[in-house]
Write a protein that binds this ligand. Sequence first.
Ligand code: C2E
Ligand code: CA
Ligand code: CA
Ligand code: CA
Length: 277
Amino acid sequence: KAKSSRAGYHVYTSADDSDFGTRLRTLHELRVAIKTDQLVLHYQPKLELKTGEVRSVEALVRWNHPCRGLLQPVDFLPLVEEAGLMHEMTHVLLAQALDQAAVWMLRRIRLSISVNLSPSSLLDAALPERIAAMLEARGLPASVLILEITEEYLMQDYDLARASLTRLRATGVRISVDDFGTGYSSLAYLRDLPIDELKLDRSFLTPMQDDPRAAALVASTIDLAHSLDLRMVAEGVETADALTELSLYGCDQAQGYFISRPVPAGELVTWLADRGA
Ligand code: C2E
Ligand code: CA
Ligand code: CA
Ligand code: CA
């Protein structure tokens, strides 16, 4: 049983030994996983609502665990963070995403890739140069990469976030504000941030379908984004009705299970081919 000390740390007693052992083992496995490409990206298409085309995808990490099967981010991202392995993971995944972009470019498949950045990877001062070098090494234009960062984080330390986003965007990559609408940011803040796109959090979509006021809120949020010259992406689109409504409101892109689940790169290419895209 863990008892909290006054400083808020846990004091472990012998009953923790097995837990502790499991944690150590998982940590070791995680280090190995990052080094041996067990962390793989799945890709979820973002549909252009005006043209019906797919021009970009979001990369979402999975852990292809040798015994436990395919693990979802919720199962291991907290541990990555806790173990201080986030910079390393981010680097490995950016390389993986850009390798994929290079393969697609060779095959004339025109897709840009959105990569999620954790707040801690944004603190990595070397990240902008690294990204520029990775793009250059593969002969890729910066326009293939979009970086997603949550609104909640931007609001936690606005000045710091603004400074790192400015450096990142100077490399030519685009910046997307993830989970938009959940972080209570104000209009003035957004206007002064170097960003290109907002991703409306999926919590807005469910109420939209049976509450006219919720629908009006989504519609005016889209207008607001446009008035700031930002593209609006809706995530978590699970129904045909939601998709129709979003098109009606002028939303730029939609992403969600109704269109496609996140899938391995090979499946994505088949999916695109089946749509005749
Ligand atoms: P997120 O960036 O908000 O990603 C969207 C999540 O919603 C993904 O969960 C996606 O699979 C899921 N999703 C997509 N369409 C639908 C839908 O129609 N309905 C519902 N209910 N869910 C949908 P996932 O892949 O489990 O990722 C969870 C979170 O983990 C992500 O949230 C992101 O914050 C984080 N994450 C994922 N991949 C990475 C990564 O490579 N790096 C970092 N730092 N974080 C990542
Ligand atoms: Ca995201
Ligand atoms: Ca999101
Ligand atoms: Ca999220």
